[in-house]
Design a protein around this ligand. Structure first.
Ligand code: SAH
Ligand code: SF4
Length: 395
């Protein structure tokens, strides 16, 4: 760790219970919280656990938003639920569909804030890229989200609500009592790679992902969920212990000097500290590798020396290196590396025995590609000058 001043997240928080007509939202509650809520309205302790399972199935497996449809609950209980609770998810403000089939949704959450969610269809899977914060407190110089000043943590309801919203749009809720075969799912994978730093909103991300993985919840395998962090070192071990999903790390540079500029959290936890945490990341199976994300910025981090250094640094870590050609955004201070440089870099990594796929930019025409997300409602923009000063580059 370096001696630099800590980066203190300056995040607005909202109370868990959003008071819409005085009702408590059941979406996003942990099993235990829902059990307590049910006991609170008089459901006998002995029954409460089973009722939670039933309600979870209606909400998360079959997509029901109306208590009257929950036919295995007594009419009296349904009426009581109706009185005190709601099943609420973020509202879709707009939807854009790219030439390549990628869908970008703008969703509105409590307080009028907006976040973006991206659905990426592929031949063997459909990935939903979800957001964990409005904006981001970190200011990675190549990331559009990092230029948005207003930041607030999303609640667990708002996080899992993005998945429910996408399933609505894809029209893939199974008929009650049945389930879709896993291999036929349109939404088969989740990546926490949208707006925000998920590990700065740990508890809500954890609670939401528990619902995503629960056999009575959204029922996705933990291996189909990937959390991407810029390197919040103290929370990395907890990610394995408390969530258990796959991990991706925004590495992006091979020296502290360059990483300090690209990913400023490096000033707090440098490359060495980050690698130490990754070496300790528990893995249940050998096939579970850590994904190193590496954005390709022309003549900034894309030299052959960088590639060789990267191989040395990650020695001993089961890893896959995802090379992401830089996606431009208005005022961005970098250029995408040339194809030649990207391929030369990839070859060195590949020859050292690591998978080094080059990520195909998706949804560029609708500004849905990695790092292009930023909600338009946000007014306080940084100037181009400010962005360049932070990036340490001249125009
Ligand atoms: N905050 C988390 C997750 C969101 S960003 C994190 O930083 O890991 C998802 C990925 O997109 C990260 O690897 C991020 O560094 C990368 N990214 C950000 N801006 C980008 C851009 N303009 N072009 C390509 N990738 C970008
Ligand atoms: Fe935040 Fe990730 Fe963007 Fe950095 S790359 S500013 S951590 S969203």
């Amino acid at each position: 760790m370096t001696a630099n001043a800590p980066i203190t997240p300056d995040i607005l928080t909202v109370p868990r219970k959003e008071a819409e007509a005085g009702k408590t939202n059941l979406v996003g509650m942990t099993r235990d919280a829902m059990r307590q809520a049910l006991v609170g309205i008089g459901v006998p302790e002995k029954q409460a656990k089973m009722r939670v399972g039933q309600i979870w199935q209606w909400i998360y497996q079959w997509g029901k938003r109306d208590f009257s449809e929950m036919t295995n609950l007594s009419k009296a209980l349904r009426a009581q639920l109706e009185e005190g609770f709601e099943i609420a998810i973020p509202e879709v403000v707009s939807k854009q569909v790219s030439e390549d089939g990628t869908r970008k949704y703008l969703v509105r959450i409590a307080g009028g804030h907006e976040v973006e969610v991206v659905y990426i269809p592929e031949t063997d899977r459909g990935t939903l890229c979800i957001s964990s914060q409005v904006g981001c407190t970190l200011t990675c110089s190549f990331c559009h989200t990092g230029t948005q000043k207003l930041v607030r943590n999303l609640t667990a309801a708002e996080i899992i609500g993005q998945v429910m919203m996408a399933r609505d749009d894809l029209d893939e809720w199974p008929v009650p009592g049945t389930r879709n075969p896993d291999e036929a799912r349109l939404l088969s994978n989740i990546v926490l790679m949208g707006m925000g730093e998920p590990l700065y909103n740990f508890d809500n991300v954890r609670d939401a992902m528990k619902i995503a993985m629960d056999p009575e919840g959204i029922q996705l395998s933990r291996r189909r969920i990937t959390l991407s962090t810029s390197g919040v070192v103290p929370e990395i071990a907890r990610t394995a212990q408390e969530i258990g999903c796959l991990l991706a790390v925004s590495f992006h540079a091979t020296t502290d000097e360059v990483r300090d500029k690209l990913v400023p959290i490096n000033k707090r936890w440098n490359i060495e500290a980050l690698l130490e945490a990754l070496r300790a990341y528990p893995r249940l199976a050998n096939s579970e590798r850590i994904t190193f994300e590496y954005v390709m910025l022309d003549h900034v981090n894309d030299s052959k020396e960088d590639a060789h250094r990267l191989v040395k640094l990650i020695e001993g870590i089961p890893a896959k290196i995802n090379l992401i050609p830089f996606n431009e955004w208005p005022g961005s201070p970098y250029q995408r590396s040339s194809n030649n440089r990207i391929h030369a870099f990839a070859d060195i990594i590949h020859d050292a025995g690591y998978a080094s796929p080059i990520r195909k930019p998706r949804g560029e025409d609708i500004m849905a590609a990695c790092g292009q997300l930023k909600s338009a409602t946000e007014r306080a923009r940084k100037s181009r000058k400010q962005i360049e000063a932070e990036a340490g580059v001249k125009s």
